[in-house]
Design a protein around this ligand. Structure first.
Ligand code: E4P
Length: 216
């Protein structure tokens, strides 16, 4: 299983990369807007330099033609850029064009197995089911991830599932249990994944015992 970081914050990315467990980054317009980068293109290029893997960058166009031209432009920014395209008819059309040109797409805002199947048929490299947003709407987001993983395995579909809209560590371990090959997590959740009170207590106890032994 691989872990991507779901952020456009360069400091968070730098710190997470130091841990040696991050193999990609996903951004979206809301995450980027929060950071107020003075130069968007340079910020994405810096993220690509920091991260050893794919960096998803979302198109803003609504029509297939606009999505395609944005995707072509974004893909020139850095070889690691993966273009994020929403799960709409226009998105499918755009992906079916750019995938033939070798541009990698992340089919985002995916909320159903039908969308995931169509995204893979159009040629998406990744599909991103949004777990937390489905949970918020009263559904079981992880059940969708499990369904997509099972369907892709059954039909030997190469599109990779990214469990997205991850809100807490429980989501991460459920994603692992249902066989999601990738989960994209906020920095806060990444730290929660490694944190455990028994580890902290254990370290404190070892230090205390060691010190006491030295004093004898
Ligand atoms: C994924 O690619 C999205 O950027 C992200 O996971 C959305 O998460 P949210 O639903 O917490 O905004």
């Amino acid at each position: 299983m691989r872990i991507f970081l779901d952020t456009a914050n360069i400091d968070e990315i730098r710190q997470a990369v130091r841990l040696g467990v991050i193999s990609g980054v996903t951004t979206n317009p809301s995450l980027v807007a929060k950071e107020k980068h003075t130069n968007y293109k340079s910020a994405i290029q810096e993220i690509c330099r920091l991260v050893p893997g794919p960096v998803s960058v979302e198109v803003m166009g609504q029509e297939a033609k606009a999505m395609v031209s944005e995707a072509r432009e974004l893909s020139t920014w850095h070889p690691q850029v993966v273009v994020k395209i929403p799960a709409s008819p226009q998105g499918l059309e755009a992906i079916s064009i750019i995938s033939k040109e070798g541009i990698k797409a992340n089919f985002t805002l995916c909320f159903s197995l039908n969308q995931a199947i169509l995204g893979s048929l159009a040629g998406a490299t990744y599909v991103s089911p949004f777990v937390g947003r489905l949970d918020d709407a009263g559904h079981d987001g992880m059940e969708l991830v499990a369904e997509i993983v099972a369907a892709y395995q059954r039909y030997r579909i190469a599109t990779q599932v990214i469990a997205a809209s991850i809100r807490h560590p429980q989501h991460c371990l459920e994603a692992a249990r249902v066989g999601a090959p990738i989960a994209t997590v906020p920095y806060k959740v990444l730290l929660q994944m490694i944190g455990h009170p028994l580890t902290d207590a254990g370290i404190a106890r070892f230090i205390q015992d060691w010190r006491q032994a030295q004093e004898k």
